[in-house]
Each structure stands twice: as structure tokens, then as C-alpha cells.
Design a protein around this ligand. Structure first.
Ligand SMILES: Nc1ncnc2c1ncn2[C@@H]1O[C@H](COP(=O)(O)OP(=O)(O)OP(=O)(O)O)[C@@H](O)[C@H]1O
Ligand SMILES: [Mg+2]
Length: 259
């Protein structure tokens, strides 16, 4: 965890976000701020709009209204890969690893997808491409080693356990050296030992300078890694504060208990 008083500038801030699907107001005037260097949590009951908010923040879907600033710049008009190039990546609630590719190829593909198309450069600059590929492979191996997946680099990703797939997805997000990673339920379906490890990796990467926004239902994870927590209920902001403040907030409790 980081001392936020040293760096008050938010790396990500969104205001007035709205998104309806038919008659359902999935996100209904929600705002969020992620301080540079923080691990920020996003919690709320099932269907609160957390994943939709992630989709809006990373431009996987277009907001009906609202504004998103990343590093102080509006990003509404950028494609997800352009946002990734600027330093924001995300993972998905259901890990999107490609089962029939090897673990290593999943890592390399992520790097390639996020740097955009390089069609012409493969013709005109083959030497440079080969060097870039070697660098990407080295980086992939370094990341896989740091999370204990190096021995599985040549296995099919489909042969990994659910928890290892989540870990592969987070590892993949690191390939482009992001500043900010959005994690959608990194602990869901993961065994307790691996959850503990994932928390340790997140805090380790955070100490290396990486900022996180984490959706999670597992309150132990939220309590142990987050600096601040935002609570969403029925598409709206319900509360924001330190994990301890949120844990003792009666409105939050009511939202979870469905009163
Ligand atoms: N593509 C979509 N089409 C229609 N409705 C959607 C779509 N995506 C989300 N919704 C609806 O929007 C609301 C918010 O869903 P969302 O997935 O954002 O919630 P969540 O907070 O991530 O929930 P969970 O904790 O269960 O993952 C829900 O009512 C959901 O059914
Ligand atoms: Mg969700």
C-alpha cells in the first residue's frame, strides 16, 4: 500500500457515467477516482454495475453520458488498444485466455494486440520485429517466472487450473508495462492458497509503481490490499472510504443484505 498523501493526482477519474441496456440502467450517474500509486477497490452487490463501469472506463462499451480522464486526458474517443498503449489495461471477470494456445503464446499475443497492427513493418523492418519478439519473449518469461508459471510456458493454457488462468490473465496484462491495471474479480473461483499469492503479487507490483483498480466480492482481499474502496449499488455510488470505514458503513451493509 502506498502513502496517498504523497501523490494526490488521480491517474483515472470518471464522472457522471451512464449506461442503459434497454430499460436497465446498469450504470446510473456513477463516478470514481483512482489515485496514482494506489490499490483501489470497487465493490457492490451482484448486478450493481461494476463490470459495466469497467467496460466504460476502458472503452469496451460507449457511455450514454459521462467523462473519463486517464492521466488527465479524456479517453472517450480512444479504442481499447490505444488506451492500452497509453498505459491502462484490464482483465475480465471470466478469464479470456486462449485455451488452445500455449501459455507463452497467450502472453506474446497480448503484447502484439495491445501495440496495434504492425503489418507493414514486418515487411520493411524484419530485423527490428525479430528483436521486438525476442524482447517480448524475455519479458513474458520473466513475468511467468515471477508468478510461478514459467514451468507451464509451453503447456496449453486450457490445461491450467481456474486460478492459474486468472493469474495468466493478470500476467498478460503486465506485458505492455501498464501504469494502471483494472482487475475484474481476480480471486473469483481461485483456491485460498492462490488467492493469498495473487494478493502478494498485486501488492508487490504496486510497490514497483503499478496502480490497481480491483473489483472483488472477497472482502478479505479488499481489506488486505486496498487503500481506498468505492461502493456501487444499483448503478450509483453508495460510499467511498478506507476499507475499515466501508466495513463499518451501515448503508453498505444494508445494500449487501438487500434491505
Ligand atoms: N450487455 C448487457 N446487456 C443487457 N444487460 C446488461 C449487459 N451487461 C450488463 N447488464 C445488466 O446491467 C446490470 C449490471 O451488470 P454488471 O455485470 O455490470 O454488474 P456487476 O456489478 O459486475 O455484477 P457481478 O458482481 O454479478 O459481476 C445487471 O442488471 C446486468 O444484467
Ligand atoms: Mg461483474
Amino acid at each position: 500500500m502506498t502513502d496517498l498523501s504523497k501523490s494526490p493526482m488521480p491517474v483515472l477519474s470518471a464522472t457522471g457515467l451512464m449506461k442503459s441496456f434497454g430499460g436497465v440502467k446498469a450504470v446510473n450517474d456513477a463516478s470514481i477516482e483512482v489515485a496514482q500509486g494506489s490499490i483501489t477497490g470497487l465493490i457492490g452487490p451482484n448486478g450493481a454495475g461494476k463490470t459495466t463501469l469497467f467496460n466504460l472506463l476502458s472503452n469496451f462499451i460507449e457511455p450514454d453520458q459521462g467523462r473519463v480522464l486517464f492521466d488527465g486526458e479524456p479517453i472517450e474517443r480512444l479504442r481499447p488498444y490505444q488506451i492500452a498503449q497509453r498505459g491502462m489495461t484490464r482483465t475480465f471477470q471470466v478469464a479470456r485466455v486462449l485455451s488452445r494456445l500455449s501459455v507463452m503464446d497467450n502472453m506474446l499475443l497480448a503484447a502484439q494486440q495491445q501495440t496495434g497492427e504492425k503489418f507493414w513493418s514486418t515487411w520493411f523492418l524484419p530485423g527490428r520485429i525479430a528483436q521486438e519478439e525476442r524482447d517480448a519473449r524475455d519479458r513474458a518469461l520473466e513475468i511467468l517466472e515471477s508468478v510461478g508459471l514459467a514451468a507451464k510456458a509451453n503447456d496449453y493454457a486450457g490445461a491450467l487450473s481456474g486460478g492459474q488462468r486468472k493469474l495468466l490473465e493478470i500476467s498478460r496484462a503486465l506485458m505492455t508495462r501498464p501504469k494502471l491495471i483494472l482487475l475484474d474479480e481476480p480471486a473469483a473461483g481461485v483456491n485460498p492458497t492462490l488467492i493469498k499469492q495473487i494478493c502478494e503479487y498485486i501488492t508487490y507490483w504496486n510497490r514497483q509503481g503499478l496502480t490497481f483498480l480491483v473489483i472483488e466480492h472477497n472482502m478479505d482481499v479488499i481489506m488486505s490490499i486496498c487503500d481506498r474502496v468505492w461502493v456501487l449499488a444499483e448503478g450509483k455510488n453508495l460510499a467511498e472510504g478506507t476499507p475499515t470505514e466501508i466495513q463499518t458503513n451501515s448503508q453498505v451493509l444494508e445494500a449487501y443484505l438487500g434491505k
